[in-house]
Ligand binder design. Structure first.
Ligand code: CA
Length: 230
């Protein structure tokens, strides 16, 4: 698989490229946002399977680069950053990043995440067998085949995982889904690093839908969707 590594630190890039090459990736290294966007241009080459995007770049902000990539391509983007606060994660995921890895990361974890986003991309829009075409929970309307979500008739843009998470919880409103169950169904993995990612997605979902009480945290267990009573 071709992988675009956007990283201005040559030492980090060299070490990471070596590891990725050992795992069968064809790494193309870009040192700036501009180089990254240029590397994505040629249509004659095999498309990249994934972009690893460092947020601290010399010429433009990594968030900005992610937004530009998203405008022209649906390629999976994993943001790599030292900024670990939840707000910047949500910002990144809102811009269409597929995942978010915080430095210093474990190489095994990074590889697992790369494989996970690439696998989801090749699996396309398949979220498992679903007999229903649409779900309605109060003001929230979820169209499963088109993956569109609206609140009070206003369409809300969700990332793939936010949608999968919402669609999963919405299939059984009121029922508590265990964290492990959600992680395994939405992220198709059981590794522990996803725990934080789940929190971030729940927070992002609450804020995007502007319904903070819709997804309820059941402490120590997981989450459930609370159908509005009105
Ligand atoms: Ca950097």
């Amino acid at each position: 698989m071709r992988l675009l590594l956007v990283e201005d630190d040559d030492h980090v890039a060299a070490a990471l490229s070596a590891v990725l090459a050992r795992h069968g990736f064809q790494v193309v290294h870009a040192r700036s946002g501009e180089e990254a966007l240029k590397a994505l241009l040629p249509a004659d080459k095999e498309p990249f399977g994934v972009v690893l995007l460092d947020l601290g770049l010399p010429d433009q902000d990594g968030y900005e680069v992610c937004g530009k990539i998203r405008k022209r391509s649906a390629i999976p983007v994993i943001m790599v950053t030292a900024r670990s606060d939840v707000r910047s994660r949500i910002h990144g995921l809102n811009l269409g990043a597929d995942d978010y890895v915080v430095k210093p990361y474990d190489t095994g974890e990074l590889l697992a995440r790369i494989h996970a986003v690439a696998r989801r991309r090749t699996a396309g829009e398949d979220t498992g067998p679903t007999p229903l075409a649409a779900l309605r929970i109060g003001q929230v309307h979820i169209e499963l085949p088109t993956r569109r979500v609206s609140v009070d008739g206003q369409e809300v843009q969700l990332t793939r995982k936010e949608f999968d998470l919402l669609a999963l919880l919405a299939q059984r409103p009121g029922v508590v889904f265990r964290r492990e169950q959600i992680i395994s169904e939405v992220w198709r993995t059981s590794w522990e690093g996803t725990g934080r990612t789940l929190e971030v997605h729940v927070a992002s979902l609450r804020s995007k839908l502007r319904l903070p009480a819709l997804v309820e945290t059941v402490r120590g267990v997981g989450y459930r969707l609370v159908p509005p009573s009105g």
